[in-house]
Ligand binder design. Structure first.
Ligand SMILES: Nc1ncnc2c1ncn2[C@@H]1O[C@H](COP(=O)(O)OP(=O)(O)OP(=O)(O)O)[C@@H](O)[C@H]1O
Ligand SMILES: [Mg+2]
Length: 362
């Protein structure tokens, strides 16, 4: 078991001037499940591959425990990696696939068998050990790939989108299995995904990357409640947070016909005339139909989920038509084409600088 430290780790690919990963700074605790998340091309795989030793580090350092591994070859790092395309050997049984790395390492047969059987038990694969991969479901194959990593008893697990070959339903059940397995084994894990829901549900902490730059590293709760900037605010949460540029008014911000109080400090922190206010869909109060409070939202589409519903509408804010998403109760669903007056709930607004994107409220 071990900690993992990215110490201003930087990767510049040959022929490029801009780093793919730019001074990445993260300290991962022993036994922690850390998820790297961000849009395509933001540097997730590159970060993981630097930790694995598959990619040169052009600046900064990487440590596993107290060992500086920055320039160590992959085989000396004591890590095991599960990729998106976890090619299993088709001619080998499940047991031989799982024990292959140990066989290469010269471990004796009896010990390999024992480790494979242990891993198979954990992964619920015992009855499939003699089968060939083609006789397994996608989810079972994915577990064999996990098994190959587990038998090596590494200090660190690295996983790069290991669930992306699975269908939606299997992804959801497998992500719970992986998360609970990781907690049971207690092995420090760095997990890459572009799916923010996967990140929030699996990680002890989540690190959001954009254009090679770390935006925020935090617990899922804090990431949702206090996004550090406009990018994280828009990226984390589904449907996304409403981000609306509004004028600063006396005692708050002007939201349509209402002045919504926001933290005083947040507004004094900027010299701009406007700020961008973030409101999650579940944080609007819906005023009566004849109310003149807040802003009027014309309902375009209603997505009913049974327990609640998401209203996708358009509102005129500052002379511009803005898309707004509002969560309402499943039993108070407005008609398409009707009008809804909404006001952000006091204490549930996020204030960001429109010019820099930085969070202004605490
Ligand atoms: N071998 C390479 N040579 C040059 N540039 C590369 C190489 N591999 C990746 N890049 C570039 O580095 C950046 C980061 O790539 P990376 O693969 O780390 O992104 P990612 O976050 O894993 O994306 P995805 O979600 O699509 O897998 C991208 O702009 C990519 O084009
Ligand atoms: Mg990738």
């Amino acid at each position: 078991m071990a900690t993992v430290t990215f110490d201003k780790a930087t990767r510049v690919y040959p022929g490029s001037t801009k780093p793919a990963v730019d001074a990445l700074d993260i300290e991962i605790a022993d036994g922690e499940f850390l998820v790297l998340v961000g849009p395509s091309g933001c540097g997730k795989s590159t970060s993981l591959r630097m930790l694995a030793g598959l990619e040169d580090v052009n600046g900064g350092a990487i440590r596993i425990g107290d060992r500086d591994v920055t320039h160590l070859p992959p085989k000396d790092r004591d890590i095991a990696m599960v990729f998106q395309n976890y090619a299993l050997y088709p001619h080998m049984s499940v047991a031989d696939n799982m024990g292959f790395a140990l066989k290469i390492a010269g471990v004796n047969k009896a010990e390999i068998r024992q480790k494979v059987e242990e891993a198979a038990k954990i992964l619920d694969l015992t009855e499939y050990l003699d089968r060939k991969p083609k006789a397994l479901s996608g989810g079972q194959r994915q577990r064999v790939a996990m098994g190959r990593a587990i038998v090596r008893e590494p200090q660190v697990f690295l996983m790069d989108e290991p669930l992306s070959n699975l269908d939606a339903k299997l992804r959801v059940s497998t992500r719970t299995q992986i998360a609970s397995l990781q907690r049971r084994l207690g092995i420090t894990t760095v997990y890459v995904t572009h799916d923010q829901v996967e990140a929030l549900t699996m990680g002890d902490r989540v690190a959001v990357l954009k254009d090679g730059l770390l935006q925020q590293v935090d617990t899922p709760r804090n990431m949702y409640d206090k996004p550090a900037n406009l990018f994280v605010a828009g990226f984390i949460g589904s449907p996304a947070m409403n981000l609306i540029e509004v004028p600063i008014a006396d005692g708050g911000v002007k939201f349509g016909n209402s002045v919504v109080p926001v933290q005083r400090d947040a507004l004094s922190a900027t010299s701009d005339k406007t700020v961008t206010v973030g409101v999650r869909p579940e944080h609007f109060d819906v005023a009566g139909a004849d109310s003149d409070q807040g802003v009027a939202v014309t309902v375009n589409v209603v997505e009913e989920l049974g327990s609640d519903a998401f209203v996708y509408g358009t509102a005129q804010v500052g002379g511009e038509a803005k898309d707004i998403v509002v969560r309402v109760g499943g039993r108070d669903v407005p008609e398409k084409g009707s009008e809804l007056h909404v006001v952000p709930r006091s204490g549930e607004t996020h204030v960001f600088s429109t010019s820099t994107g930085a969070r202004l409220s605490d």
